[in-house]
Design a protein around this ligand. Sequence first.
Ligand code: 9MR
Length: 431
Amino acid sequence: MRTDGPRGAAAREARERGTAARLELARPGRYFGTAVAAGHLGEADYAATLDREFNSATPENEMKWDATEPSRGTFTFSAADRVVDHARAQGMDVRGHTLVWHSQLPSWVGALGAADLRAAMNDHIDQVMGRYKGQIHSWDVVNEAFQDGGSGARRSSPFQDKLGDGYIEEAFRTARAADPAAKLCYNDYNTDGVNAKSTAVYAMVKDFKARGVPIDCVGFQGHFNSNSPVPADLRANLQRFADLGVDVQITELDIEGSGTAQADAYARVVDACLAVDRCTGITVWGVTDKYSWRSGGTPLLFDGNYDAKPAYDAVLAALGGDGGGGEPGEGTATCTATYTRTADWNSGYNGQITVTAGSEPISSWAATVTFAAPQQVQATWNATPSWSGNVMTARPSWNGTLAAGASTGFGFTVSKNGSDAAPVVGGCTAS
Ligand code: 9MR
Protein backbone atom coordinates (compact mmCIF):
# COMPACT_ATOMS: atom_id res chain seq x y z
CA MET A 1 0.00 0.00 0.00
CA ARG A 2 1.18 3.49 -0.79
CA THR A 3 2.32 5.70 2.08
CA ASP A 4 1.63 9.09 0.63
CA GLY A 5 0.32 12.47 1.68
CA PRO A 6 -2.94 13.40 3.38
CA ARG A 7 -5.01 13.16 0.21
CA GLY A 8 -3.81 9.61 -0.27
CA ALA A 9 -4.43 8.99 3.41
CA ALA A 10 -8.03 10.16 3.05
CA ALA A 11 -8.52 7.82 0.15
CA ARG A 12 -6.96 5.01 2.10
CA GLU A 13 -9.20 5.66 5.10
CA ALA A 14 -12.19 5.62 2.81
CA ARG A 15 -11.09 2.30 1.42
CA GLU A 16 -10.61 0.93 4.90
CA ARG A 17 -14.06 2.12 5.90
CA GLY A 18 -15.41 0.29 2.89
CA THR A 19 -16.95 3.47 1.55
CA ALA A 20 -14.58 4.08 -1.28
CA ALA A 21 -15.15 4.55 -4.99
CA ARG A 22 -18.92 4.56 -4.97
CA LEU A 23 -20.82 6.87 -7.24
CA GLU A 24 -23.77 6.66 -4.90
CA LEU A 25 -21.80 8.81 -2.49
CA ALA A 26 -21.76 11.70 -4.89
CA ARG A 27 -25.32 11.21 -6.10
CA PRO A 28 -27.69 8.80 -4.33
CA GLY A 29 -28.77 5.89 -6.45
CA ARG A 30 -25.78 5.74 -8.75
CA TYR A 31 -23.45 2.79 -8.76
CA PHE A 32 -19.74 2.23 -9.29
CA GLY A 33 -19.04 -1.28 -10.45
CA THR A 34 -16.55 -3.61 -12.02
CA ALA A 35 -16.42 -6.59 -14.31
CA VAL A 36 -15.94 -9.76 -12.28
CA ALA A 37 -14.49 -13.09 -13.38
CA ALA A 38 -15.79 -16.11 -11.46
CA GLY A 39 -12.41 -17.80 -11.78
CA HIS A 40 -10.69 -15.18 -9.62
CA LEU A 41 -13.17 -15.03 -6.75
CA GLY A 42 -11.13 -17.60 -4.86
CA GLU A 43 -8.14 -15.24 -4.73
CA ALA A 44 -8.37 -13.49 -1.37
CA ASP A 45 -6.99 -10.12 -2.50
CA TYR A 46 -9.22 -10.11 -5.57
CA ALA A 47 -12.35 -10.76 -3.54
CA ALA A 48 -11.33 -8.32 -0.80
CA THR A 49 -10.71 -5.51 -3.28
CA LEU A 50 -13.95 -6.22 -5.12
CA ASP A 51 -15.99 -6.31 -1.93
CA ARG A 52 -14.43 -3.18 -0.46
CA GLU A 53 -14.53 -0.91 -3.45
CA PHE A 54 -17.49 -1.66 -5.70
CA ASN A 55 -21.24 -1.86 -5.40
CA SER A 56 -22.11 -3.34 -8.78
CA ALA A 57 -20.72 -6.38 -10.58
CA THR A 58 -20.87 -7.39 -14.25
CA PRO A 59 -19.92 -10.99 -15.05
CA GLU A 60 -17.09 -10.45 -17.54
CA ASN A 61 -17.79 -13.57 -19.64
CA GLU A 62 -20.05 -15.84 -17.59
CA MET A 63 -23.42 -14.72 -18.95
CA LYS A 64 -22.43 -14.72 -22.61
CA TRP A 65 -24.11 -17.13 -24.99
CA ASP A 66 -21.13 -19.51 -25.25
CA ALA A 67 -21.08 -19.80 -21.46
CA THR A 68 -24.82 -20.10 -20.83
CA GLU A 69 -26.12 -22.12 -23.82
CA PRO A 70 -23.18 -23.94 -25.40
CA SER A 71 -25.52 -26.30 -27.20
CA ARG A 72 -29.11 -25.67 -28.12
CA GLY A 73 -31.44 -25.89 -25.16
CA THR A 74 -28.70 -26.92 -22.72
CA PHE A 75 -28.18 -24.12 -20.24
CA THR A 76 -25.20 -23.89 -17.90
CA PHE A 77 -25.33 -21.26 -15.22
CA SER A 78 -22.74 -22.39 -12.70
CA ALA A 79 -20.11 -19.72 -13.45
CA ALA A 80 -22.67 -16.93 -13.75
CA ASP A 81 -24.28 -18.10 -10.51
CA ARG A 82 -20.94 -17.80 -8.74
CA VAL A 83 -20.63 -14.15 -9.70
CA VAL A 84 -24.26 -13.33 -8.94
CA ASP A 85 -24.22 -15.15 -5.61
CA HIS A 86 -21.00 -13.47 -4.53
CA ALA A 87 -22.22 -10.02 -5.57
CA ARG A 88 -25.60 -10.36 -3.92
CA ALA A 89 -24.08 -11.70 -0.71
CA GLN A 90 -22.07 -8.47 -0.61
CA GLY A 91 -25.11 -6.32 -1.27
CA MET A 92 -23.93 -5.40 -4.76
CA ASP A 93 -26.18 -4.93 -7.75
CA VAL A 94 -25.55 -7.02 -10.85
CA ARG A 95 -25.44 -5.89 -14.48
CA GLY A 96 -26.32 -8.57 -17.00
CA HIS A 97 -23.93 -8.89 -19.95
CA THR A 98 -24.95 -9.87 -22.62
CA LEU A 99 -27.83 -11.63 -24.42
CA VAL A 100 -27.54 -11.04 -28.17
CA TRP A 101 -24.03 -10.49 -29.52
CA HIS A 102 -22.17 -11.64 -32.63
CA SER A 103 -19.12 -12.68 -30.56
CA GLN A 104 -18.70 -15.51 -28.08
CA LEU A 105 -21.60 -17.05 -29.94
CA PRO A 106 -21.54 -20.84 -30.28
CA SER A 107 -21.34 -22.04 -33.86
CA TRP A 108 -24.69 -23.86 -33.68
CA VAL A 109 -26.46 -20.51 -33.52
CA GLY A 110 -24.95 -19.33 -36.79
CA ALA A 111 -25.94 -22.57 -38.49
CA LEU A 112 -29.69 -22.13 -37.89
CA GLY A 113 -32.15 -20.96 -40.52
CA ALA A 114 -34.08 -17.75 -39.94
CA ALA A 115 -37.16 -19.17 -38.24
CA ASP A 116 -35.12 -21.38 -35.94
CA LEU A 117 -32.69 -18.56 -35.19
CA ARG A 118 -35.54 -16.26 -34.16
CA ALA A 119 -36.94 -18.94 -31.86
CA ALA A 120 -33.49 -19.68 -30.44
CA MET A 121 -32.79 -16.00 -29.78
CA ASN A 122 -36.06 -15.49 -27.95
CA ASP A 123 -35.64 -18.71 -25.99
CA HIS A 124 -32.11 -17.73 -25.00
CA ILE A 125 -33.35 -14.37 -23.70
CA ASP A 126 -36.24 -16.03 -21.84
CA GLN A 127 -34.06 -18.64 -20.19
CA VAL A 128 -31.10 -16.50 -19.19
CA MET A 129 -33.16 -13.54 -18.01
CA GLY A 130 -35.60 -15.91 -16.34
CA ARG A 131 -32.81 -17.52 -14.34
CA TYR A 132 -31.85 -14.17 -12.79
CA LYS A 133 -35.26 -12.51 -12.82
CA GLY A 134 -35.44 -9.74 -10.25
CA GLN A 135 -31.69 -9.89 -9.53
CA ILE A 136 -30.28 -7.78 -12.38
CA HIS A 137 -30.50 -3.99 -12.37
CA SER A 138 -29.63 -3.57 -16.06
CA TRP A 139 -29.23 -6.00 -18.94
CA ASP A 140 -27.18 -5.49 -22.08
CA VAL A 141 -29.87 -6.96 -24.30
CA VAL A 142 -28.04 -6.33 -27.58
CA ASN A 143 -24.30 -5.69 -27.77
CA GLU A 144 -22.21 -4.11 -30.54
CA ALA A 145 -24.77 -4.31 -33.35
CA PHE A 146 -23.25 -1.44 -35.34
CA GLN A 147 -20.20 -1.37 -37.59
CA ASP A 148 -17.17 0.67 -36.71
CA GLY A 149 -16.30 3.64 -38.81
CA GLY A 150 -18.39 6.19 -40.60
CA SER A 151 -20.98 4.03 -42.33
CA GLY A 152 -23.56 4.00 -39.56
CA ALA A 153 -24.52 0.53 -40.81
CA ARG A 154 -25.46 -2.51 -38.78
CA ARG A 155 -22.75 -5.07 -38.29
CA SER A 156 -23.04 -8.36 -40.12
CA SER A 157 -23.96 -11.22 -37.76
CA PRO A 158 -26.21 -14.27 -37.96
CA PHE A 159 -28.98 -12.16 -36.38
CA GLN A 160 -28.55 -9.21 -38.72
CA ASP A 161 -28.01 -11.28 -41.83
CA LYS A 162 -30.92 -13.67 -41.33
CA LEU A 163 -33.44 -11.62 -39.37
CA GLY A 164 -32.70 -8.08 -40.58
CA ASP A 165 -32.78 -4.85 -38.55
CA GLY A 166 -35.91 -5.97 -36.70
CA TYR A 167 -34.03 -8.48 -34.55
CA ILE A 168 -32.91 -5.73 -32.19
CA GLU A 169 -36.38 -4.55 -31.28
CA GLU A 170 -37.63 -8.12 -31.12
CA ALA A 171 -34.88 -8.89 -28.58
CA PHE A 172 -35.91 -5.87 -26.48
CA ARG A 173 -39.60 -6.82 -26.53
CA THR A 174 -38.78 -10.38 -25.48
CA ALA A 175 -36.49 -9.07 -22.76
CA ARG A 176 -39.14 -6.78 -21.32
CA ALA A 177 -41.51 -9.69 -20.91
CA ALA A 178 -38.80 -11.94 -19.44
CA ASP A 179 -37.86 -9.59 -16.56
CA PRO A 180 -40.01 -6.47 -16.38
CA ALA A 181 -37.93 -5.08 -13.47
CA ALA A 182 -34.64 -4.98 -15.35
CA LYS A 183 -33.50 -1.91 -17.23
CA LEU A 184 -32.93 -2.89 -20.84
CA CYS A 185 -29.78 -1.46 -22.45
CA TYR A 186 -28.18 -1.28 -25.86
CA ASN A 187 -24.37 -1.43 -25.37
CA ASP A 188 -21.54 -0.54 -27.78
CA TYR A 189 -17.97 0.80 -28.12
CA ASN A 190 -16.53 3.74 -30.05
CA THR A 191 -19.83 5.45 -29.36
CA ASP A 192 -18.57 7.51 -26.42
CA GLY A 193 -18.23 10.77 -28.34
CA VAL A 194 -20.42 12.28 -31.02
CA ASN A 195 -19.48 10.42 -34.22
CA ALA A 196 -21.11 8.56 -37.10
CA LYS A 197 -21.45 5.33 -35.14
CA SER A 198 -22.93 6.95 -32.03
CA THR A 199 -25.25 8.99 -34.23
CA ALA A 200 -26.51 5.79 -35.87
CA VAL A 201 -27.20 4.33 -32.40
CA TYR A 202 -28.85 7.61 -31.43
CA ALA A 203 -31.19 7.38 -34.42
CA MET A 204 -32.13 3.83 -33.46
CA VAL A 205 -32.87 4.77 -29.84
CA LYS A 206 -34.88 7.80 -30.95
CA ASP A 207 -36.91 5.59 -33.26
CA PHE A 208 -37.45 3.01 -30.51
CA LYS A 209 -38.69 5.67 -28.11
CA ALA A 210 -41.00 7.12 -30.75
CA ARG A 211 -42.51 3.70 -31.52
CA GLY A 212 -42.70 2.42 -27.96
CA VAL A 213 -40.03 -0.27 -28.32
CA PRO A 214 -38.96 -0.99 -24.72
CA ILE A 215 -35.47 0.44 -24.19
CA ASP A 216 -34.37 2.02 -20.91
CA CYS A 217 -30.66 2.65 -21.20
CA VAL A 218 -27.66 2.93 -23.47
CA GLY A 219 -24.27 1.58 -22.41
CA PHE A 220 -21.09 3.32 -23.52
CA GLN A 221 -18.24 0.88 -23.08
CA GLY A 222 -15.45 3.39 -22.55
CA HIS A 223 -12.41 1.45 -23.76
CA PHE A 224 -9.81 4.21 -24.14
CA ASN A 225 -6.13 4.49 -25.07
CA SER A 226 -3.91 6.92 -26.93
CA ASN A 227 -5.50 6.02 -30.27
CA SER A 228 -8.96 6.33 -28.80
CA PRO A 229 -8.75 8.95 -26.04
CA VAL A 230 -11.58 10.11 -23.80
CA PRO A 231 -13.53 12.35 -26.18
CA ALA A 232 -13.95 16.00 -25.22
CA ASP A 233 -17.64 15.69 -26.07
CA LEU A 234 -18.31 12.62 -23.90
CA ARG A 235 -20.62 14.60 -21.62
CA ALA A 236 -22.44 16.18 -24.55
CA ASN A 237 -22.90 12.79 -26.15
CA LEU A 238 -24.23 11.21 -22.93
CA GLN A 239 -26.56 14.17 -22.54
CA ARG A 240 -28.02 13.91 -26.05
CA PHE A 241 -28.92 10.28 -25.40
CA ALA A 242 -30.31 11.12 -21.96
CA ASP A 243 -32.46 13.77 -23.62
CA LEU A 244 -34.14 11.00 -25.61
CA GLY A 245 -35.49 9.67 -22.31
CA VAL A 246 -33.08 6.82 -21.58
CA ASP A 247 -30.55 6.31 -18.81
CA VAL A 248 -26.91 6.23 -19.83
CA GLN A 249 -24.18 4.15 -18.23
CA ILE A 250 -20.43 3.77 -18.69
CA THR A 251 -20.29 0.01 -18.88
CA GLU A 252 -16.73 -1.24 -19.52
CA LEU A 253 -14.40 1.59 -18.61
CA ASP A 254 -10.69 1.05 -18.93
CA ILE A 255 -8.04 3.57 -19.97
CA GLU A 256 -4.58 2.43 -20.99
CA GLY A 257 -1.72 4.40 -19.50
CA SER A 258 -0.27 5.28 -16.14
CA GLY A 259 0.31 8.07 -13.66
CA THR A 260 -1.22 11.50 -13.94
CA ALA A 261 -2.32 11.21 -17.55
CA GLN A 262 -4.33 8.10 -16.79
CA ALA A 263 -5.66 9.61 -13.57
CA ASP A 264 -6.83 12.75 -15.39
CA ALA A 265 -8.55 10.71 -18.06
CA TYR A 266 -10.44 8.71 -15.44
CA ALA A 267 -11.46 11.92 -13.66
CA ARG A 268 -12.82 13.31 -16.93
CA VAL A 269 -15.02 10.27 -17.41
CA VAL A 270 -16.36 10.44 -13.85
CA ASP A 271 -16.96 14.18 -14.21
CA ALA A 272 -18.84 13.63 -17.46
CA CYS A 273 -21.09 11.01 -15.90
CA LEU A 274 -21.77 13.09 -12.79
CA ALA A 275 -22.68 16.07 -14.97
CA VAL A 276 -25.50 14.11 -16.63
CA ASP A 277 -28.46 13.45 -14.35
CA ARG A 278 -29.42 10.28 -16.18
CA CYS A 279 -25.91 8.80 -16.05
CA THR A 280 -26.75 6.14 -13.48
CA GLY A 281 -23.44 4.39 -13.09
CA ILE A 282 -19.94 3.50 -14.13
CA THR A 283 -18.45 0.03 -14.44
CA VAL A 284 -14.70 -0.45 -14.84
CA TRP A 285 -13.72 -3.49 -16.88
CA GLY A 286 -11.94 -5.42 -14.17
CA VAL A 287 -10.55 -5.21 -10.66
CA THR A 288 -6.81 -5.44 -11.30
CA ASP A 289 -4.50 -4.70 -14.21
CA LYS A 290 -3.12 -8.21 -14.11
CA TYR A 291 -6.42 -9.79 -15.19
CA SER A 292 -7.46 -7.10 -17.67
CA TRP A 293 -8.28 -8.26 -21.21
CA ARG A 294 -5.49 -5.87 -22.19
CA SER A 295 -3.25 -6.17 -19.16
CA GLY A 296 -0.22 -4.81 -21.07
CA GLY A 297 -1.94 -1.41 -21.12
CA THR A 298 -2.41 -1.36 -17.31
CA PRO A 299 -5.82 0.23 -17.83
CA LEU A 300 -7.52 -0.24 -14.43
CA LEU A 301 -7.64 1.36 -10.97
CA PHE A 302 -5.61 -1.26 -9.09
CA ASP A 303 -2.23 -2.63 -10.07
CA GLY A 304 -1.26 -6.28 -10.09
CA ASN A 305 -0.61 -6.15 -6.33
CA TYR A 306 -4.05 -4.63 -5.69
CA ASP A 307 -2.47 -1.32 -4.73
CA ALA A 308 -4.56 1.69 -5.66
CA LYS A 309 -3.10 3.68 -8.55
CA PRO A 310 -3.24 7.46 -9.04
CA ALA A 311 -6.27 6.75 -11.23
CA TYR A 312 -8.05 5.38 -8.17
CA ASP A 313 -7.37 8.52 -6.16
CA ALA A 314 -8.53 10.66 -9.07
CA VAL A 315 -11.78 8.71 -9.33
CA LEU A 316 -12.33 9.02 -5.62
CA ALA A 317 -11.69 12.76 -5.68
CA ALA A 318 -13.97 13.20 -8.69
CA LEU A 319 -16.69 11.26 -6.90
CA GLY A 320 -16.59 13.65 -4.02
CA GLY A 321 -13.39 13.27 -2.08
CA ASP A 322 -12.77 10.90 0.74
CA GLY A 323 -15.86 8.80 0.43
CA GLY A 324 -18.26 10.67 2.66
CA GLY A 325 -17.98 8.28 5.54
CA GLY A 326 -19.87 10.28 8.10
CA GLU A 327 -17.20 12.16 9.99
CA PRO A 328 -18.26 15.27 11.96
CA GLY A 329 -18.76 18.24 9.73
CA GLU A 330 -18.56 16.16 6.60
CA GLY A 331 -20.89 17.32 3.87
CA THR A 332 -20.26 20.96 4.68
CA ALA A 333 -16.84 21.16 3.02
CA THR A 334 -16.84 24.23 0.77
CA CYS A 335 -14.37 26.43 -1.03
CA THR A 336 -14.29 29.55 -3.15
CA ALA A 337 -12.05 30.39 -6.08
CA THR A 338 -11.09 33.88 -7.25
CA TYR A 339 -9.05 34.98 -10.25
CA THR A 340 -6.35 37.65 -10.64
CA ARG A 341 -4.18 38.47 -13.63
CA THR A 342 -0.64 38.52 -12.27
CA ALA A 343 1.31 39.39 -15.44
CA ASP A 344 0.41 40.70 -18.87
CA TRP A 345 2.25 41.11 -22.17
CA ASN A 346 1.27 41.53 -25.84
CA SER A 347 0.72 37.92 -26.68
CA GLY A 348 -0.07 36.42 -23.31
CA TYR A 349 -0.79 36.69 -19.61
CA ASN A 350 -0.32 34.84 -16.34
CA GLY A 351 -3.30 34.15 -14.13
CA GLN A 352 -3.62 33.05 -10.53
CA ILE A 353 -6.59 31.32 -8.90
CA THR A 354 -6.81 31.54 -5.13
CA VAL A 355 -8.72 28.66 -3.55
CA THR A 356 -10.00 29.33 -0.04
CA ALA A 357 -11.61 26.76 2.23
CA GLY A 358 -14.95 27.65 3.81
CA SER A 359 -15.82 27.27 7.48
CA GLU A 360 -14.76 23.60 7.62
CA PRO A 361 -11.35 22.13 6.91
CA ILE A 362 -11.20 20.41 3.52
CA SER A 363 -9.21 17.44 2.29
CA SER A 364 -9.43 18.17 -1.42
CA TRP A 365 -10.83 20.66 -3.94
CA ALA A 366 -11.49 21.13 -7.64
CA ALA A 367 -11.88 24.45 -9.43
CA THR A 368 -13.13 24.92 -13.00
CA VAL A 369 -11.90 27.72 -15.24
CA THR A 370 -13.20 28.44 -18.76
CA PHE A 371 -10.89 30.14 -21.24
CA ALA A 372 -12.03 32.19 -24.24
CA ALA A 373 -11.88 29.89 -27.26
CA PRO A 374 -8.84 31.19 -29.19
CA GLN A 375 -6.73 31.35 -26.03
CA GLN A 376 -4.39 28.48 -25.25
CA VAL A 377 -3.04 27.51 -21.86
CA GLN A 378 0.68 26.94 -22.20
CA ALA A 379 1.55 25.93 -18.66
CA THR A 380 0.01 25.39 -15.25
CA TRP A 381 1.63 25.16 -11.83
CA ASN A 382 0.62 24.05 -8.33
CA ALA A 383 -2.39 22.12 -9.69
CA THR A 384 -3.14 19.23 -11.99
CA PRO A 385 -5.41 20.22 -14.86
CA SER A 386 -7.85 18.07 -16.80
CA TRP A 387 -9.63 19.37 -19.85
CA SER A 388 -13.00 19.23 -21.52
CA GLY A 389 -12.82 21.50 -24.55
CA ASN A 390 -11.76 24.90 -23.20
CA VAL A 391 -12.86 24.13 -19.65
CA MET A 392 -10.06 23.30 -17.26
CA THR A 393 -10.73 21.47 -14.00
CA ALA A 394 -7.78 22.01 -11.68
CA ARG A 395 -7.15 19.70 -8.75
CA PRO A 396 -4.38 19.62 -6.17
CA SER A 397 -1.23 18.08 -7.59
CA TRP A 398 -0.58 16.40 -4.30
CA ASN A 399 -1.85 17.57 -0.92
CA GLY A 400 -5.30 19.19 -1.10
CA THR A 401 -5.87 19.73 2.61
CA LEU A 402 -6.68 23.23 3.84
CA ALA A 403 -7.61 24.40 7.31
CA ALA A 404 -10.92 26.29 7.64
CA GLY A 405 -10.52 29.66 5.94
CA ALA A 406 -7.01 28.88 4.66
CA SER A 407 -5.97 29.53 1.04
CA THR A 408 -3.80 28.04 -1.62
CA GLY A 409 -3.26 29.05 -5.21
CA PHE A 410 -2.41 27.80 -8.63
CA GLY A 411 -1.38 29.56 -11.78
CA PHE A 412 -1.24 29.36 -15.53
CA THR A 413 0.30 31.01 -18.57
CA VAL A 414 -2.02 31.72 -21.47
CA SER A 415 -1.38 32.63 -25.12
CA LYS A 416 -3.96 35.25 -26.05
CA ASN A 417 -4.19 34.33 -29.75
CA GLY A 418 -5.95 37.64 -30.29
CA SER A 419 -8.32 37.50 -27.30
CA ASP A 420 -7.67 39.48 -24.13
CA ALA A 421 -10.77 38.08 -22.38
CA ALA A 422 -10.40 37.11 -18.73
CA PRO A 423 -10.99 33.45 -17.91
CA VAL A 424 -14.23 32.70 -16.06
CA VAL A 425 -14.09 30.81 -12.78
CA GLY A 426 -16.90 28.28 -12.89
CA GLY A 427 -16.83 27.25 -9.25
CA CYS A 428 -14.98 25.40 -6.56
CA THR A 429 -16.02 22.11 -5.01
CA ALA A 430 -14.45 20.73 -1.86
CA SER A 431 -14.54 17.51 0.08
O1 9MR B 1 -13.03 -8.92 -21.14
C1 9MR B 1 -13.56 -9.91 -21.99
C2 9MR B 1 -12.48 -10.93 -22.30
O2 9MR B 1 -12.17 -11.68 -21.13
C3 9MR B 1 -12.98 -11.86 -23.39
O3 9MR B 1 -11.92 -12.74 -23.77
C4 9MR B 1 -13.46 -11.07 -24.57
C5 9MR B 1 -13.97 -11.97 -25.64
O4 9MR B 1 -14.63 -11.30 -26.65
O5 9MR B 1 -14.50 -10.20 -24.16
C6 9MR B 1 -14.04 -9.25 -23.26
O6 9MR B 1 -15.08 -8.34 -22.93
C7 9MR B 1 -15.62 -7.60 -24.03
C8 9MR B 1 -17.07 -7.32 -23.68
O7 9MR B 1 -17.74 -8.51 -23.42
C9 9MR B 1 -17.74 -6.57 -24.81
N1 9MR B 1 -17.03 -5.36 -25.15
C10 9MR B 1 -15.60 -5.53 -25.40
C11 9MR B 1 -14.95 -6.24 -24.22
C12 9MR B 1 -13.45 -6.30 -24.41
O8 9MR B 1 -13.11 -7.09 -25.51
